[in-house]
Design a protein around this ligand. Structure first.
Ligand SMILES: NC(=O)c1ccc[n+]([C@@H]2O[C@H](COP(=O)([O-])OP(=O)(O)OC[C@H]3O[C@@H](n4cnc5c(N)ncnc54)[C@H](O)[C@@H]3O)[C@@H](O)[C@H]2O)c1
Length: 451
């Protein structure tokens, strides 16, 4: 998206958001937010108290997040907000008929008995609900991508700073044993000079390609459609746009916002990178011609400039929803001395053989030493090492919620805060802008601005 287009759509969305969403207070400046917070009696969580949570958007991931959150000791569910009656009913069944339920998320945020919220709504609601929740003094676990449009990040960052509350984005891989081990190996120089990385996500099923079932009772009675579209384009009731929202640009962020963002998050965590400065994407709608507005094959290329934590390197990412690869995912990091395949539970480290002694380039470089041409054989490192999580590992998702609740309870800093979340979301969102506008995008990852 061009800067001007982007800005225009932002202003339009912001205007719609404030006029139509009557229950949300008007957007305040950071200073006002701080003043308002100081006035409010925000509940302190004592050591032995439960952290009381609510879920806003109790669909697939909101429920999965809530279940994981509740498996962390000392956490209690007190409220659920959703726009579909079927999901409200399911929430009551799961967490008890006494939990508070509503279609209006401000009714959740206004409650003093709630310390933190999980935001599991479609992407177009992430920004506003996050800002409102932070303003009301809640800890926030917001699903990825942090925002729906490149223009939306700075307001969330400002709201987090002003609130002083814990805000964590939901790319759980960042808290995993696998990513931690990869970071340790990377920093110890296990792959030598870092040259490039590649990531891949493939799916080969209708549900994998977002063809979700539509509930039999879906209707404007059971779904609060007006509220759903209150911050975006007005359209008549359309169950596909509600239950298969990922296919439409008003609500979702395409395969890059859905999946690339996880790969950016892990890569940035492992390399301590702040992001690329050049973004190009291409692809197409090859197979799922079901009315969707976004490609089902997407290839992204990214240039990362040199920083203190890594040399300049290239990244290539692809998502394929058409099959041919039987549903796989990986993140591979390649250096001058080897490569690492990284998942949330495993790291495969493959080392190159020692350099070929007749390599003329190396011979020239080392002509004043006799080391390379020495007759004596050398000790070789293992060609391959496989690090895997110990049996019984509760997984990335559990670790991510543990980190979040440590933040909420003790004020511990989380890795995937608003700045990190925006720097991971930005190149994913800019892939869409590159693809749809057919342009190369130049991004300043340090100041987090388009150039
Ligand atoms: N971290 C991960 O691995 C992961 C996996 C899947 C989804 N996600 C993210 O989770 C979010 C939800 O995805 P999903 O697959 O669960 O979608 P979903 O359609 O299953 O659930 C979304 C829910 O939000 C509700 N909703 C919509 N607008 C709302 C609003 N304004 N207020 C309250 N509720 C509202 C809907 O009724 C629905 O129940 C997305 O941002 C997605 O990217 C993350």
């Amino acid at each position: 998206m061009k800067k001007t287009d982007s800005r225009r759509s932002f202003i339009k969305k912001a205007a719609l958001g404030t006029t139509v969403l009557a229950s949300s207070p008007a957007i305040l400046s950071s200073k006002d937010v701080q003043k308002e917070l100081l006035k409010r009696d925000v509940k302190k969580i004592n050591k032995n108290d439960h952290i009381q949570i609510a879920v806003i958007g109790a669909g697939g991931m909101g429920v999965a997040d809530s279940k994981t959150a509740l498996s962390v000791p000392g956490v209690k569910m007190v409220a659920a907000c959703d726009l579909y009656d079927g999901h409200i009913a399911a929430a009551k069944e799961m967490w008890g008929k006494d939990i508070f339920t509503t279609r209006d998320y401000m009714e959740v945020l206004n409650r003093k008995d709630i310390d933190a919220v999980i935001i599991g709504t479609p992407d177009h609601w992430h920004k506003q609900i996050s800002i409102d929740a932070l303003r009301m003094g809640k800890g926030v676990y917001c699903e990825k991508p942090m925002v729906h449009d490149i223009t939306e990040g700075p307001d969330v960052i400002a709201a987090q700073k002003a609130s002083g509350k814990t805000f964590q984005v939901g790319s759980q891989g960042v808290s995993s044993l696998g990513n931690e081990k990869a970071k340790e190996l990377f920093e110890a120089g296990a792959i030598g000079q870092f040259i490039y990385a590649e990531g891949f996500w493939a799916r080969n099923s209708p549900v994998g390609a977002w063809q979700y079932p539509i509930p039999g009772d879906a209707s404007p009675k059971t779904v609060d459609w007006d509220r759903y579209i209150s911050n975006t384009t007005k359209r008549p009731w359309d169950p596909l746009r509600f239950f298969r929202w990922r296919n439409y640009r008003d609500y979702g962020t395409g395969v890059s916002g859905d999946l690339f963002v996880h790969l950016f998050s892990s890569l940035h965590f492992i390399t301590s990178s702040i992001g690329p400065d050049k973004i190009v994407a291409t692809g197409g709608l090859r197979y799922w011609k079901d009315g969707r507005e976004v490609p089902d094959v997407l290839l992204g290329m990214f240039d990362y400039p040199e920083t203190k934590s890594h040399p300049a390197f290239n990244l290539s990412l692809r998502v394929n929803f058409v099959d041919g690869t039987s549903g796989t995912t990986y993140l591979r990091m390649v250096g001058s001395e080897g490569a690492m395949d990284v998942t949330w539970d495993d790291v495969y480290l493959r080392k190159n053989l020692v350099s070929d002694p007749i390599d003329p380039f190396l011979a020239e470089k080392t002509k004043n030493t006799d080391k390379v041409f020495s007759e004596r054989k050398k000790m070789q490192p293992p060609k391959e090492a496989h690090y895997s999580a110990e049996e019984g590992y509760k997984g990335a998702h559990y670790d991510h919620f543990t980190n979040f609740f440590n933040g909420v309870r003790n004020g511990t800093q989380v890795t995937e805060d608003a700045v990190f979340g925006y720097r991971a979301a930005a190149p994913a969102l800019l892939c869409n802008d590159s693809y749809f506008n057919n342009e190369i995008i130049v991004w300043d990852a340090s100041s987090m601005q388009l150039k």
